[in-house]
Design a protein around this ligand. Structure first.
Ligand SMILES: [Fe+2]
Length: 336
């Protein structure tokens, strides 16, 4: 009987502690398995649990429809334009955090505090190690040169990563120059734009082309791939060329986050975002995801550091977001 009573008490205590445990709901455009190690680290530290919903598309509409009934407190996006869309539709609450302001440089967060970058991604030029070499191309503008005719592979221009890159070219060089660049770039393609970033590495490996655009974290993911060992060879066939190093620096994109206006747990959500921008969490972004930190006090992981030091373009992310619609028009006109 005593045993039964102890057992009952134990079950009651577990249930009670679960009931009192705080939780946060997250809509994420990033695949949950990539987020899991970072969320687990925060749960272990604070006891806060997470309910993640993977919502790669239609996030603004979904949140608008749910209004104050939403179960999500936070949204995590990849690419600057997607978080700006949520801010523009008035779905994000100001974070109002001195800690985030201290941790994240101004060009990587919203002036009104409605979103912050959590990681940076370098969209570099991947080149065939044997047939090109990383010294051969120094600027992104070079890729429009006729000397690379028939040697470039590309994901579709309309993918957010490429659209953001083109938006940065519009911001720096003007729309007319940017359009000329795409026309030259498209002329140089070895095949119709297709596939994801890893597919471009494969195309270089099998000799379909020699040059492609790629986010560096894919290089890390391929190099250490457990499920797809063939990708280790793809990674081994390419080199990373950071571009525009003697000028404005390498184009960067971000993953970002904001707190939803409909959230009833804004303070807990804000504390979580503050932690995500701390060096402790930023280290996980560089170690687990092979991304670049937004907090400048964070060291790069050994693998990321091995790709080399480079100068990052400090163009405000908002300039990329604002030029993205024009970039899409150019992409449509040029057939990228
Ligand atoms: Fe990606």
């Amino acid at each position: 009987m005593l045993r039964l009573l102890i057992g009952f008490c134990a079950v009651f205590m577990i249930n009670n502690s679960l009931a009192s445990a705080e939780s946060l709901g997250i809509y994420t455009q990033r695949q949950p398995f990539l987020l899991a190690p970072i969320l687990d680290a925060y749960s272990a530290k604070t006891g806060i649990q997470f309910q993640t919903v993977y919502a790669p598309d239609g996030l603004a509409t979904r949140i608008q429809t749910e209004g104050s009934n939403t179960k999500a407190d936070l949204v995590l996006t990849v690419d600057i334009s997607r978080i700006k869309e949520l801010a523009d539709t008035d779905l994000l609450a100001p974070m109002d955090s001195e800690i985030i302001k201290q941790n994240v440089p101004p060009h990587l967060r919203d002036v009104n505090g409605s979103w912050t970058a959590l990681s940076q991604r370098a969209r570099i030029i991947a080149v065939s190690k044997n047939r090109v070499g990383k010294e051969a191309i120094t600027t992104i503008e070079d890729l429009a040169s006729p000397k690379w005719k028939g040697r470039i592979c590309s994901r579709k221009g309309s993918h957010v990563y490429n659209r953001a890159l083109l938006a940065s070219l519009i911001a720096h060089n003007g729309a007319e120059e940017a359009k000329k660049w795409v026309e030259g770039f498209v002329q140089n393609l070895a095949r119709r734009p297709q596939g994801n970033d890893r597919a471009q590495a494969k195309a270089i490996f099998i000799g379909q082309c020699d040059i492609a655009l790629m986010n560096t974290y894919y290089f890390g993911k391929m190099k250490y791939s457990k499920d797809h060992p063939e990708q280790i060879e793809w990674a081994d066939s390419i080199e990373i060329a950071f571009f525009n190093q003697t000028g404005r620096g390498q184009h960067m994109n971000i993953s970002a986050a904001g707190i939803l206006k409909g959230s009833k747990k804004k303070q807990i959500a804000r504390e979580f975002l503050e932690w995500l921008t701390s060096t402790e969490a930023q280290l996980l972004y560089t170690e687990i995801n092979f991304e670049y930190p937004v907090n400048p006090d964070t060291e790069f992981s050994r693998e990321v550091a091995s790709w080399g030091e480079f100068k990052m373009d400090q163009l405000p992310m908002i300039d990329i977001a604002e030029n993205s619609p024009l970039a899409q028009i150019i992409i449509n006109e040029t057939g990228w």
